[in-house]
Design a protein around this ligand. Structure first.
Ligand SMILES: *Cc1c(COP(=O)(O)O)cnc(C)c1O
Length: 807
């Protein structure tokens, strides 16, 4: 892309301002500047975008489509400037004009089209695919309402609608000429054709038009611009015409319009859990059908190959089972629309689709009732049924040793369609997202499928884009790194390992310390502005930011806070390093216990933060509306990264990687990618505690443990739980009896009490380590040095070479 001098950029800016907003720079608001700079970036990237498409066509490049119900992309202006190579000059120009870049960037509404880790992973992957020059595109839904905006009122979470499209979204381009139709409901009729085969005719279906909106995905300074295509549901043109005619059907039609548009109306706010809602199934099919129709149209246009060879040029990666209807829908399109035989279509399908599993939590495994699928997608159901029949028959004849396992492995059983089974059977690759997670899939959760298809299973440990999560969010740290090891790490994040040579270098360690201090100051200002609480910038910033879930154990964290508070009350002169506990978390609106934990954190904060008796040694901060932009502000300031899930429950985690990369030390269980972090940095550079996955799984197998025993024998635990139920943390109206009962009478399903003592002990080691500043800085640098492995560039290279077979 072009380069500009600062002066040239100022001229460009002024010119655009007068033409687009009819204003001089002195009168331009920050919002004017946001739109004008976005427009400059779009002008810059458009030729590259067209060029990239042309190249793929000309070279008949093999392409990957990443299908995901969620893309948590956050803001784009700053990262697009960065990737276009314009960020520095833009910032310099703005400074000259007396404007603050940050005030301008924040006028972009976060695109919150995802719940948490799964959606953010999809966003990081797109960044890496483009930056590594791979031909790959995202495909998702253009929800009119993203994940709800969280407000806290008296400690209670309130959900507000996130109407992120209220103002023009500059990054999208509507492509109505590439719209396709998606059909729901109706009936299927079979007609024999002259050649003896059957033709399937659909009658009385509801037609929905899927209109694509394309968002550019800019590679890092490599002139590649790929596409994130977001589909919007609209009434089909004939049907909308009826609306403009006089008719007594007017309200009926309005009603119909509304129900069609609902399909891309809002993102379901459940993270790692699933509800069998009809509209959600409609969304899934809408995404899958629109995407695959688009792929087939392009395939026929761009490649001089028959559809029986589609898998030579196309691979479809499905992000969890949410898009697993891709299996029967690709079969349907190939057979009913394109005339392929079952066997031909099956060969193409099972060589095109690859499936990523994200969880072993039972509440997250998708199962749709057969009656719903039948009624909403009659032809698709017939195909699922046929796939199931053939699979079960195959088991019976080819795997006699598995005959008694057929009901467990079937796609359809108990009147339900098991989407994970459909995804495994219909794909050529099944991957987990961290080493331990894949092992659990192979040895336990999916062991029978692993027995049948051992070659299909593989691991791809998650990653994060170091461009956004280090270069962009922590420019001072990035500069300090470049000063000592040069800039190669930006293109080759593994080179961060050279930092190890500086882990004893006093000037470098001082510099790292200075940067962290500055980042902590900045966050302290934000905290003060948002909460009114003044925090000690010298305190340990102890951070837990992630969706609120029982298995992630924010409860264990807040129990530790209560414990420290109780200790300080008993012994006010106790010598502890001041601590600031920072939380950010959204709870699913219907997740009662999760909301109780948010309330508890606020209640503890309201007592601890204002108790003069503890001399400001503890502060508890809950920052509302945790999203990508807030994460970007918190992560560079973290000293401690809390990754304390019940072992075996967190498939990978990516928040752990983001904080490690910014020099925070992890306190965590041996779960998900924490294990791989530990293996790299060594036990001396991480704080590991608690039950191991195998121990947890053994407990589950034998019915858990007796939580009451710990309550009865550990005074610290008893005191905390009693405080919740009867005491100062739960007086009168506010009482946390549901938490109390869940732990003591439902036997603490996530082992909070069981891990309490080792957690406290581990935190004592943290505190001791923090007192030795030099040692701490060394540990911090060691973590940064090894974090290169967790760049999503490494992950995407593995997908590209081992699954996608891209060049
Ligand atoms: C990275 C990220 C997550 C995932 O965090 P985990 O700690 O891995 O659960 C969730 N939400 C946002 C906004 C993120 O940026």
């Amino acid at each position: 892309m072009k380069t500009y001098s600062k002066e040239a950029f100022v001229t460009l800016l002024e010119d655009k301002l007068t033409r687009k907003r009819r204003k001089h720079i002195e009168d331009a608001s920050d919002k004017d500047l946001y739109y004008v700079i976005s427009s400059i970036v779009k002008d810059e990237l458009t030729p590259q975008w067209l060029k990239t498409k042309e190249n793929y066509q000309k070279n008949e490049t093999r392409q990957v489509y990443y299908l995901s119900m969620e893309f948590l992309i956050g803001r784009l202006l700053e990262s697009n400037l960065l990737n276009c190579g314009l960020l520095d000059v833009c910032n310099a120009a703005l400074k000259d004009l007396g404007r603050n870049p940050e005030d301008i960037f924040k006028h972009e509404h976060d695109a919150g089209l995802g719940n948490g880790g799964l959606g953010r992973l999809a966003a990081c992957f797109l960044d890496s695919i483009a930056s590594l020059n791979y031909a790959g595109h995202g495909s998702g839904i253009r929800y009119r309402y993203g994940l709800f905006e969280q407000r806290i009122i008296h400690g209670n979470q309130i959900e507000l609608p996130d109407y992120w499209l209220k103002e023009e979204y500059p990054w999208e381009t509507r492509k109505s000429d590439e719209s396709v139709e998606v059909h729901f409901g109706g009936t299927v009729h079979m007609h024999p054709k002259s050649d003896g085969s059957l033709e399937f005719v659909y009658q009385d279906t509801d037609k929905v038009t899927a209109v694509p909106y394309d968002v550019p995905v800019v590679g890092y300074q490599n002139n590649v611009v790929n596409t994130l295509r977001l589909w919007s549901a609209e009434l089909s043109p004939e049907e909308s015409d009826i609306l403009s005619e006089p008719s007594n059907q007017y309200y009926h039609h309005l009603d119909h319009t509304h129900s069609v548009e609902q399909i891309s109306g809002f993102l379901y706010p459940d993270d790692s859990s699933y509800e069998g809602k009809e509209l959600r199934l409609k969304q899934q099919f809408f995404l899958v059908s629109a995407t695959i129709q688009g792929i087939i149209i392009k395939f026929k246009r761009n490649f001089d190959l028959p559809l029986t060879k589609m898998h030579e040029k196309i691979v479809i990666q499905i992000n969890d089972t949410h898009p697993s209807l891709a299996v029967p829908e690709l079969m349907r399109l190939l057979m009913d629309e394109e005339g392929l035989s079952w066997d031909e279509a099956w060969k193409v399908t099972t060589n095109t689709i690859a499936y990523t599993n994200h969880t072993t939590l039972s509440e997250a495994l998708e199962k749709w009732s057969t009656s719903l699928v039948k009624q909403l997608l009659p032809r698709v159901y017939m195909i699922i049924d046929e796939i199931n029949e053939r699979f079960c028959q195959g088991l019976w004849f080819d795997h006699p040793e598995m005959r008694d396992k057929i009901p467990e492995l079937a796609i359809i059983s108990d009147e339900q369609v098991h989407m994970a089974h459909l995804a495994i059977i219909g794909s050529f690759s099944v991957n987990g997202v961290a080493r331990i997670h894949t092992e659990i899939l192979k040895k336990k959760e999916m062991k029978n499928f692993y027995h049948l298809f051992p070659k299909r299973f593989n691991n791809k440990t998650n990653g994060i884009t170091h461009r956004r999560w280090l270069l962009q969010v922590n420019p001072c740290l990035s500069e300090a790194i470049t000063d000592v090891i040069g800039p190669q790490w930006i293109k080759h994040p593994n080179k961060l390992i050279s930092l190890l040579r500086y882990s004893n270098d006093a000037p470098f360690l001082d510099k790292i310390d200075q940067v962290k201090r500055k980042n902590k100051q900045t966050l302290a200002e934000l905290i003060h502005k948002q909460t009114g609480v003044a925090i000690d910038e010298e305190s340990i910033f102890d951070v837990q930011i992630k969706r609120l879930h029982e298995y992630k154990r924010q409860l264990l964290n807040i129990f530790h806070v209560i414990y420290l508070y109780n200790e300080l009350k008993e012994n006010p002169s106790m010598d502890i390093t001041p601590r600031t506990f920072i939380f950010g978390a959204k709870a699913a609106p219907s997740y009662h216990l999760a909301k109780e934990v948010i309330k508890l954190i606020h209640h503890v904060a309201s007592i601890v933060n204002f108790d003069k008796g503890i001399n400001d040694k503890l502060k508890v901060i809950f920052l509302e509306n945790y999203n990508v932009s807030l994460a970007e502000k918190i992560i560079p300031a973290a000293d401690i990264s809390e990754q304390i899930s019940t072992a075996s429950k967190e498939a990978s985690g990516t928040g752990n990687m983001k904080m490690m990369m910014n020099g925070a030390l992890t306190i965590g269980t041996l779960d998900g990618a924490n294990i791989e972090i530990r293996d790299l940095v060594g036990d001396e550079n991480i704080f590991i505690f608690g039950l191991k996955a195998q121990e947890v799984l053994n407990y589950y197998q034998h019915g858990g443990y007796i939580a009451k025993d710990i309550y009865n024998t550990d005074d610290r635990v008893r005191k905390i739980l009693d405080q919740l139920h009867y005491g100062e943390f739960g007086a009168q109206e506010i009482e946390f009896k549901d938490i109390f009962y869940n732990i003591l009478y439902h036997n603490d399903p996530y082992f909070v009490l069981k891990d309490f003592d080792p957690y406290i002990e581990s935190h004592e080691l943290v505190e001791r380590a923090y007192r030795n500043k030099r040692e701490w800085q060394k540990m911090s640098v060691t973590n940064i040095a090894y974090s290169g492995k967790f760049s999503s560039d490494r992950t995407i290279k593995e997908y590209a070479s081992e699954i996608w077979k891209l060049r």
